[in-house]
Design a protein around this ligand. Sequence first.
Ligand code: 26Q
Length: 840
Amino acid sequence: MDNVQLKRSLLTDTLTDIPPMEMDVLSLVNDFRRNYTHTLGRDRHCRSAHYAYQALVLILRERLMECWKQTRYAYEKNDCKTASYLSMEFLIGRTLGNAVLNLGLQENITLALQCLGMELEELADSEHDAGLGNGGLGRLAACFLDSCATLQLPVTGYGIRYDYGMFRQLIVNGEQVEEPDHWLRNGNPWEIARPEYTQRVHFGGRTEYYRDKTDRLAPRWVDTNDVLAIPYDIPIPGYRNCTVNTLRLWKAAATDEFDLGEFNAGLYPESVAAKNSAEQITMVLYPNDSSENGKELRLRQQYFLASASLQDVLSRWVGTHGSDFSRFAGKNVFQLNDTHPSCAVAELMRLLMDEHGLGWEQAWEITTATMAYTNHTLLPEALEKWPVRLFRTLLPRLLDIIFEINARFLAEVSRRWPGDTGRLSRMSLIEEGPEPMVRMAYLAISASFSVNGVAALHSRLLAEGLFSDFFELWPNKFNNKTNGVTPRRWLVWSNPGLTQLLDETIGAGWEVDLDRLREILPLTEDGSFRERWYRVKLANKERLAKLVADECGVVFDPRALFDVQVKRIHEYKRQLLNVLHVIHLYDRIKRGDTGDWTQRCVLIGGKAAPGYFMAKRIIKLISNVAAVINADPDASPLLKVAFLPNYSVSAMEIIAPGTDLSEQISTAGKEASGTGNMKFMMNGAITIGTLDGANIEIRDEVGDENFFLFGLSAEQVEELRHSYDPAAIIANDEDLARVLQLLSSGHFNHFEPGIFDPIMHAITNPGDPWLVAADFRSYVEAQKQAAALFRDREEWTRRSIRNTARSGFFSTDRTMREYNDQIWHLPQVPPKVNICSISG
Ligand code: 26Q
């Protein structure tokens, strides 16, 4: 025992005197060799690059550790307010390159690896993407964490450690095939298990009333099936500032009861089956980016995240402040990334009342002062709803609390609008009907002090449309926080050529002050600067062309216009409109209308939800159209088309820098924000887009002459719906008629009769919600302008430069400052710096 005490004291405070880990090339080489031989037990005979990768991760991890601890100490010592970002998805992609960059070790690691006969890029490329997200919402969470660490804000990400991330997409015979993504197969050297912070999460059972110490009837949740939540921590380094924040991911594990009770009763297989069902919870990410209705396992996942994370925060609170919760709301805020973690509202009420003895009023005061909700969708059908019946069996105590919240809420609505029963049923947290449902967005709004959308238009439409009743009741809750992307990953890391040019031109420092990119604006008139800009883009296009050749077997000429649309496949994102334009270009070639032609390479990529029939059929169409065009000797010198399989974060790191034309062509009023649009802009692509989501703000920043605008506005879209007549549009547009003729004639499906009939139907249906035919003509005209401009290399380059120069607003550093100034109010807390040699 004494021994243990002694070791403990040695392990804690005195360690602050340990000298900082050296960052010079020789130390890096020596530490690499030590880890490779001693920690991993390999020698020069080992041929697998995997162990070299692991050794490199270990030397970076060692260098992060002390800063990680000091960051935590600084937050604790200041007893500062902290934010918990609750999200079912963190699409972090690869970590190695980002860690090297943020630690400021790019040069020295490159040299050290050179000494050892290796290349950083090669090892970085061997890392498996952490695909713990579907798309925009998950990637946004990852960019947020990068910026919070860079701004030295005390923010912890809470999520789920899925064993299987986003599926790997193969294209077989032009169709999507899904393969499981077992990303943890070779372990994850970036994570640290923290079983000492395990939490217990309840499911099932029932509510029972008992007499508490004061002889009052009090509820408790009994006869539950419990699951353990084990945290795994991933370090989130700030940009060269010694701060290392935490992403805490929960893994589900069975409790010991599973091994004992039934096992002893001789029911061994039953016992193991129960164990499996507990561990199922964190097995797989749902690959749907709009809600998957009614799946019990999904609700289990959501509650598991909410409960484990809140218990984690509360137990730390009790550990330092005891049972006094009076200052809790002043020290904590929970940001809900969409409604997915919104069980947290009722769960915080339950924990405060049932576990910590607070009364309803005080618990509600705390809940409504700590919860903030971000919405990411304008599609009414994507608003999450769960059957009351499912809540009753899975989370009965939570349902009690939701009913009570609803009763009090509806009383407030009645006081404000006496007798307005229509409004009561519209606003109720419970949708009545044969299958009553809990409306998760309404639950989140009713308990949050802040409700935000993710782009200016989106936030306005939420207030005017989807949530207008709530906006009338609580106008001050509603606000906008336009999305962003982290310039460290999306410019510095992914575009080293442009980074070097920018460094040489305006000096370093713009990476953390992205508005400084405006300093290059005067150079649009400098011919030699433009030439360098063009050369950088060309080199990036060669890199992208290589990816396309390797993955698709299609040869892109880097001198051609690279026209790219990568994002989830969704009807509202209108990949179909893109294909119709491609078919139109092909038709022009076949009719010989090729005067002043601009050579073009069209790249489309993205995953379809496995159960989304139309999205999958659109992939098939793109593949078939590509096959016909690329094999046609008339067409292929002028036009190439490729569908890139398995679009991912690491693919985007190559795609964005190599793109000329960024396709952002959703039906206006449907895309909440978009973030790919920002990555492209930052890398000097010009957008062809509708007035939707953040496109509007991109155009405002860059100026309308540097953006190819087309299509109906959100208001015009709503107006047109009543009288939409695609047949008339087709009859009046010869080009569109010819395109649809080609499509329906079977030209792209000779041996697969009828497979594109559903697509023809969708386009010609007066009820088409996405109005594809309505925007065809103006899209084609905008594409013509883009093509013409591309032939003027100097002018195109000027506009490309302006796009990068005016992308400063779309840094998540700006977004996070806004969240902090207007919602969170956290202090900036730097760790003690003398222990760390990462330059500030
Ligand atoms: C919900 C319930 C059950 C199963 C799945 C889901 C689910 C999962 C993921 C619902 C939605 C998502 C993801 C949504 C998403 O990525 N939205 C995008 O968020 C971006 C960041 O704000 C925006 O830029 C995009 O406009 C928006 O589409």
